[in-house]
Design a protein around this ligand. Structure first.
Ligand SMILES: [Cu+2]
Length: 144
């Protein structure tokens, strides 16, 4: 039997789910696909974040490794775990990439972050200096 209190809660939860499904003008196409797949991490990576993680030997990766943002958006890269990483955009580990507020994080330890604002539409490959070629990703910035 469903008590009135519980029924109200279920209704509220359903409303939230429906609202979240509709209110997504700036969301990425990947988010709907990700919802149906099984995530390896216990907690989902926030929409404005890319995490640099390492799961055991040779398990270093960016999660997600591909993300689409609107021009003007800022992404935060965050190291999770005791393995240090870097975030470097472009082929060079020193040259700044046009269209980005910052291109090279330097060494990042557990919990440290690196924020990048995407000021021009384009495709921006990035990598970790320590774990190339395995640890790479691409951010796509699209005009609004
Ligand atoms: Cu790394």
């Amino acid at each position: 039997m469903l008590s009135p209190m519980r029924a109200a809660f279920v209704l509220a939860a359903l409303t939230l789910v429906l609202a979240a499904g509709c209110a997504a003008p700036g969301s990425t196409p990947a988010s709907s696909a990700a919802a149906s797949s099984t995530s390896l991490s216990a907690t989902a990576v926030p929409a404005n974040e890319v995490q640099a993680i390492a799961d055991g030997h040779h398990g270093e990766r960016f999660d997600p490794s591909e993300r689409t943002v609107a021009v003007g958006a800022t992404l935060t890269f965050r190291v999770v775990g005791s393995t240090p990483h870097t975030v470097d955009f472009g082929d060079s580990n020193t040259a700044n990439v046009d269209g980005l507020s910052a291109s090279h994080s330097g060494n990042l330890n557990d919990g440290q972050t690196f924020a990048v604002t995407f000021t021009k539409a384009g495709t921006y490959p990035f990598h970790c200096q320590y774990h190339i070629p395995g640890m790479t990703g691409t951010i796509t910035a699209t005009a609004q």
